[in-house]
Design a protein around this ligand. Sequence first.
Ligand code: HEM
Length: 420
Amino acid sequence: MTEPATTPPPGCPAHAAAAPLHGPRFQTDPGQVYRELRAAHGPVAPVELAGGVPAWLVIGYRELQLMTSQPKLFGRDSARWNAWPTVPADWPLRPMMASVPSILYAEGAEHQRRSAAVTDALSAVDPYELKKKCEQIADTLIDEFAGRGEADLVAEYAHRVPLLVLCWMFGLDDSQAPVLIRGLLDMLDGGADAQSGAQRLLTVMLELVETKRERPGADVTTSLLQHPAALSDEEIMRDLRVLLIAGHQPTSYWIANALRLMLTDERFAASLSGGRRSIGQALTEALWEDTPTQIFAGRWATRDTRLGGQQIAAGDMLLLGLAGSNADPAVRQENGAAADGNHAHMSFSHGEHRCPFPAQEAAEVIAGTAIEVLLDRLPDLRLAVAEHALVWRPSAWVRALVALPVGFTPGIQSSSGGAL
Ligand code: HEM
């Protein structure tokens, strides 16, 4: 095992007063951390990950655009990271950064091939069918707690809607979906079952690919199999895994963060009973103010270069400061707010590796429908705790509520729900 990277290489610019990218302030007020970083370092800040590992955090809107639109200079494959020799084998962030063969880390022509297949497969999902399925899943989940008059909307709703919708999009049948969901959740929990969860996830994916090769259906897996890119079963399995993880987590957090905004901000209060500010506005505002993926890893410099006034060495890691860029004063109004109706946030990133457009559209249908059905079924929904008692997960990487406890008048079963 190599030594922890506590001793920076001599003269390493990333260690000139690098700010730690962890700690309670990211949980309580990430906006303040970004303001301080910007004041101290400008648009590209030296930061330190757990274990003293150095990186650059790009929090300038323009610099993030520049970086993500130059894939030849800022590559996607983490294998070129110059810090790998000093990163311990059991470094907790290793699974997040390690290069595995998938759409995520592919570059150039190989990325175009995989990205075309994923984009076409997602585009083939009928938006009408998608919305109908979201409504049915939302209704069925609400049925489980509607009679109780109280619920935790994170665990019982926001976390589950996107997962069940994605299982349907992939063409998983009702018996496979729970195995896949358990595997994913065990893996994401990072506990003792994480490894076996990750393995079960891949096994279900592979079985799914084999099943769909024999019995094609109207689903994303079949579209990937039939795509002219001629992906192998292994490639499809890997990219389905990316789609599941990339789709589930941010969409869950997006639903919860937009709901929190609607339940705590009086500008949205009227729309709970069908009034002024719309669900769409809450969704957009949540992306500007509390974007689900706050920081994304990353890009790796292919040669020595400069960005935002900083000297970047070949192989340096640059993290996408999505939340930081959204808060860049250069793209905010004088009062610090994002302009109404402005969708030019960085929450889905930018450039050829950004979240694929049909994935963004699907996420919007899933999140929008989830909130719409909830407010329709439980019109007097209210927060069951004081706003300041809501707890965010202790992470610089995501903006995610631990729980969203609500109360409401106990309702009745839906007519459209039923078995998933
Ligand atoms: C149905 C839901 C979603 C699906 C299926 C999905 C899928 C994907 C995929 C396949 C990628 C990799 C693209 C590539 O490397 O070429 C990706 C990247 C990404 N997605 Fe999504 N996504 C979804 C929802 C979201 C949401 C709700 C957000 C945030 C609000 C988000 C933010 C991102 C970001 C920041 C990246 C990284 C882009 C980069 O490296 O520059 N995604 N997504």
